[in-house]
Design a protein around this ligand. Structure first.
Ligand SMILES: Cc1cc2nc3c(=O)[nH]c(=O)nc-3n(C[C@H](O)[C@H](O)[C@H](O)COP(=O)(O)O)c2cc1C
Length: 249
């Protein structure tokens, strides 16, 4: 039991370059996909297809896709930022503003004329690694009576987490790239990989071995007492020492 909790606590995002000369062993990729395969999905729909991309030329072509800066993304992103370690420690949610360019750390962000024209190749932000997994789904295959296919989308999150935990347990770095699921990037990825028009890209995962020691970054979480309500909403926290024995192990 201890091992799975440690694995969950130590799973993390690696937003750094992966060694292109060090492939992820096929056997390990098999284990990662096997972990995804056993994820729970609403109605056992198994509502995903996964494109495994390890061809250097195709990876290069994906890396060259140009991604415009989204004003909405930058403004909404701002709400999740902290601007010092102290602030992040206090808030316990969100991410560090240091991960983004200084001009993005502004609640009234507006694209400058130059930024409107600027298009950023994907591999400038996320250097191409040895393998990409592109998780796609058919929006017409929905979980029954699920508004916006909410349950189907949660299911894809379960696939993500299973694969992430397995990759990290094998010492393989893992980085989610949502940007591949949004147009205009998604359109280009679909063209390059012959993905049928009606399918959608949920997310992509960059996998590999870091070229350098990853910089340590502060990872924060809310306390269990902060998000639990005992027997009725508003009755915050847990009142028993027994619960506490399981927390912050
Ligand atoms: C649905 C989902 C989408 C995410 N999209 C991105 C992304 O596009 N880029 C990125 O760097 N991290 C992405 N992440 C990673 C989160 O930012 C990360 O899990 C969170 O900040 C906590 O950090 P940790 O993974 O190191 O614990 C995503 C995570 C999830 C679950």
């Amino acid at each position: 039991m201890q091992d799975i909790l440690k694995l969950i606590q130590q799973r993390k995002s690696l937003r750094i370059s992966f060694d292109t000369e060090r492939p992820v062993a096929k056997e390990d990729l098999g284990k990662i996909l096997e972990a995804g395969r056993w994820a729970p999905t609403a109605h056992n729909m198994q509502n995903y297809e996964i494109v495994v991309v390890d061809d250097k030329k195709i990876l290069e072509n994906i890396g060259k896709i140009k991604s415009p800066i989204s004003e909405i993304f930058v403004r909404e992103n701002y709400k999740q930022l902290s601007f010092s370690e102290e602030e992040l420690r206090r808030k316990r949610v969100g991410i560090s503003g240091a991960m983004f360019p200084p001009s993005w750390r502004n609640p009234d962000f507006k694209l400058s004329e130059a930024e409107k024209k600027a298009v950023w190749p994907l591999d400038k932000s996320f250097p191409t690694g040895p393998v990409l997994l592109i998780v796609i789904y058919d929006p017409d295959k929905r979980a029954p009576a699920s508004e916006g296919d909410f349950l189907g989308i949660i299911s894809l999150g379960c696939v993500m987490e299973n694969m992430w935990l397995m990759a990290n347990s094998l010492g393989i770095g893992f980085h989610i790239m949502s940007v591949l699921g949004a147009d205009p990037v998604a359109k280009e990825v679909k063209r390059i990989l012959d993905i049928p028009k009606q399918l959608k890209i949920a997310f992509a995962c960059r996998l590999g071995y870091p070229v350098s020691e990853p910089a340590k970054y502060l990872r924060v979480r809310r306390d269990v007492e902060d998000f639990t309500h005992h027997n009725r909403f508003g009755n915050k926290g847990l009142d028993s020492q027994e619960y506490r024995k399981g927390l912050r192990n």
